[in-house]
Write a protein that binds this ligand. Structure first.
Ligand code: BDR
Ligand code: CA
Length: 314
């Protein structure tokens, strides 16, 4: 097998973040150098604790977990307890973690790792707001050309928005950070709502996780049952969109996704459309192509991959 791909996961767990983290920790193709928690779905104290709970659930307490930014760069923190519950990880009854949070700040960890590892070998996987990545770029601009690529869940185009009529949550939480990242020149792969709204947690797919019979499979089913109720009601669909695992699935099986290389610009001035990802899908402007924006997914293949990987865990 080829050398595992080195990744840093920046995340705000979050049940869908949780499934992404479990899948990454179960996959030998990936070397998770560290997990950085950011404030978004719920405040930082909870997201960093949830990240540690998930590493222990996966039987990987040696994973390094860091606390990143406590709030967005400019705007006030917006959270999403109505989707994820009070803890951010409502559903299963996971034990309090015993593994320690790393002392180093998550942004310093990102900077130090990118400066220490060979150029172009580390991929950043972002499952929450882009605050930590943008702060790292501002703090040490020399990291920018050293990043292999950023694979992110964030944004929307044809699906418009989920937290406002025109913005997706991860970008809306810190649009200024997103603006820095999309202007950085780092290759970006973006998993917008256009993809994730096609990856629905139907009853049959959740049952497949539960039927694995291992504790990670049962916890996944319990998390997804809690998580989907909000979006099922909102969208009137069978199951809710499983957003963040698209990032990890892309690293493992990029052929599950189809997309287009285009320009993406972030709205940071209008309060009405704040955080909108303006995707030049039809190549109308001369703005430089800065991201591969995905639009299609083989949803059955995606869920089969996640189920098989989570089945490898305790
Ligand atoms: C994104 O928002 C969060 O609530 C989810 O974890 C996901 O990262 C979807 O808009
Ligand atoms: Ca998330």
């Amino acid at each position: 097998m080829a050398e595992p791909r080195k990744i840093i996961i920046d995340t705000d767990p979050g049940q869908d973040d949780a499934v992404a983290i479990l899948t990454a920790l179960a996959s030998p193709e990936l070397d998770v150098l560290g997990i950085v928690a950011v404030a978004a779905n719920v405040p930082l104290k909870l997201t960093e604790k949830n990240a540690r709970k998930l590493c222990e659930l996966a039987g990987k307490p040696e994973t390094k977990v860091f606390a990143g930014a406590i709030r967005p760069m400019v705007r006030k923190l917006v959270t999403a307890e109505e989707v994820h519950g009070k803890t951010g990880l409502d559903g299963p009854d996971l034990p309090e973690p015993t593994m320690k949070l790393q002392d180093q700040h998550g942004v310093d960890f990102i900077v130090e790792t990118l400066m220490a590892e060979p150029k172009g070998t580390v991929t950043l996987c972002t499952l929450g707001s882009l605050t930590d990545v943008a702060l790292a770029m501002v703090r040490e601009p020399r990291i920018v050309p050293r990043i292999h690529e950023i694979v992110m869940m964030g944004g929307a185009y044809f699906e418009c928005g989920n937290v406002t009529p025109s913005a997706e949550f991860n970008i809306y939480v810190d649009p200024h950070a997103a603006d820095i990242v999309f202007r950085s020149g780092v290759p970006i792969v973006m998993m917008p709502l256009d993809v994730t709204h096609k990856a629905l947690t139907t009853a049959r797919r959740i049952k497949a996780f539960r039927d694995l019979g291992n504790r990670s499979g049962v916890a996944t089913a319990e998390m997804l049952e809690f998580f989907e109720r909000f979006d099922e009601y909102k969208y009137g669909t069978d199951g809710g969109p499983l957003h963040d695992p698209c990032v990890i699935a892309y690293l493992l099986k990029p052929e599950l996704f189809t997309g287009r290389e285009v320009n993406v610009s972030i709205e940071i001035t209008s309060e009405l459309t704040m955080g909108a990802t303006v995707v030049d899908w039809w190549g109308i402007t001369k703005r430089p192509k800065n991201a591969v924006v995905m639009g299609g997914i083989d949803a059955d293949g995606f869920f089969a991959l996640l189920t098989e990987r989570i089945g490898r865990l305790p």
